[in-house]
Design a protein around this ligand. Structure first.
Ligand code: 5AD
Ligand code: FES
Length: 365
């Protein structure tokens, strides 16, 4: 019976696909040796595509003001205790200057759904970053917007967009979000982003309140079918000023196992070892790399605002200067045999043998 599980991992490695029921079975019956087996395969596959390179993205948290009220999130609108800020264009550009000098070639502008950041404001900002640093990629992570807005930002030069789907289980989606938010709209946004031509990232939390292995299996199946360029996953971590304050955080073990499964499902996937993973365990990010991740996202935000972007309690890297953050992560990656590279870090094409039709056609993702 146990052998069966190892055979599922082998099959995922060969065919890059399993049924939702098979994913669920793997999650239900996770043991340390099974995780180790998946991690070894994931590392081998990752090395074949990316070697020992780890890509970095400079994360700039441009605003913690927003109209959303996700139940899990420390900067949700209802949290009156959150001290609000918005970076000026000049402050954002200074973060990019500093980041460029440190070797960053991707800037991620992340923020709540802040109505100050209209298309006009953002297009101007993106244009300035791209003309000053044409060799850099600009990634946006600014939540749900209209298709027209996504198109305008893309036309202004944005290369990538991160919008975690949060969960592929519509019932769970309802439990994690206020009435005003809709699962269907989230999915439509992701579809729009991909159609427009963004390198699109989705993602989900691990161990969120009310989440089951069946929901996580649905997430895996969704990623398999959506074929994003990136997928950001990290453990849920409670924030004291949210309705989920009393829930437990997601586990390191489950997050690492999911990273390995995602790597085997899509060898070319850009897969970050997230700050949340580094928060639940002091060596979480290193372990993430050793489970198959290939991206880290050090913080480039001004130190003065870092503590205010508190999605969850005890978030790490809120006291360090950007240069310290970068060199700390470089050392951490080197300690496990990997190196941070000065590169845009685009997704590498990966050939998936189309076994589903029994033909030898290759599909490039
Ligand atoms: N724990 C972990 N991750 C969280 N996020 C928001 N709140 C939390 C939390 N309490 C994640 C969500 C969101 C991203 C910006 O941060 O997945 O998409
Ligand atoms: Fe939705 Fe913060 S309010 S993730």
């Amino acid at each position: 019976m146990q052998n069966n599980l190892y055979r599922l991992i082998d099959r995922l490695c060969d065919e890059h696909s399993l049924s939702a029921a098979e994913y669920e079975q793997l999650l239900d019956r996770l043991t340390p040796p099974l995780a180790e087996y998946a991690a070894q395969k994931a590392v081998a596959v990752r090395k074949a595509v990316y070697g020992t390179d780890v890509y970095v993205r400079g994360l700039i948290e441009i605003s913690n003001i927003g109209k959303n009220d996700c139940l899990y999130c420390g900067i949700r609108r209802s949290n009156r205790g959150c001290s609000r800020y918005r970076l000026s264009e000049q402050e954002i550009l200074s973060c990019c200057d500093e980041g460029y000098a440190l070797g960053f070639r991707t800037f991620v502008l992340q923020g709540g759904e802040d109505i100050f950041f209209t298309d006009e404001v953002l297009c101007g900002l993106i244009g300035k970053i791209k003309s000053k640093y044409p060799d850099c990629a600009v990634t946006l992570s600014l939540g749900e917007r209209s298709r027209e807005s996504y198109q305008a930002l893309f036309d202004a030069g944005a290369d990538r967009y991160l919008l975690r789907h949060e969960t592929a289980d519509p019932d769970l989606y309802k439990k994690l979000h206020p009435e005003a938010m809709s699962f269907d709209n989230r999915m439509q946004c992701l579809k729009n982003l991909k159609e427009i031509g963004y390198q699109t990232g989705c993602g989900f939390m691990v161990g969120a309140p009310h989440q089951t292995n069946r929901s996580l299996a649905a997430d895996l199946k969704f990623v398999e079918q959506f074929r994003p360029a990136m997928c950001g996953i990290g453990p849920f971590i409670p924030h004291a000023a949210t309705p989920f304050a009393q829930y437990h955080a997601g586990t390191l073990e489950m997050t690492l196992f999911l990273l390995s499964l995602l790597r085997l499902m899509d060898p070319g996937l850009l897969l970050p070892a997230t700050t949340a993973l580094g928060t639940i365990d002091p060596n979480g990010r290193e372990q993430g790399i050793l489970a198959g991740a290939n991206v880290v996202m050090p913080n480039l935000s001004p130190v003065t605002v870092r503590k205010k972007y508190e999605l969850y309690n005890n978030k790490i890297c809120t006291g360090e200067e950007s240069a310290q953050c970068k060199s700390c992560l470089s050392r951490r990656m080197e300690s496990v045999g990997y190196k941070i590279v000065t590169d845009r870090g685009d997704r590498k094409p990966f050939i998936i043998k189309n076994k589903i039709n029994g033909s030898n056609d290759n599909a490039t993702v």
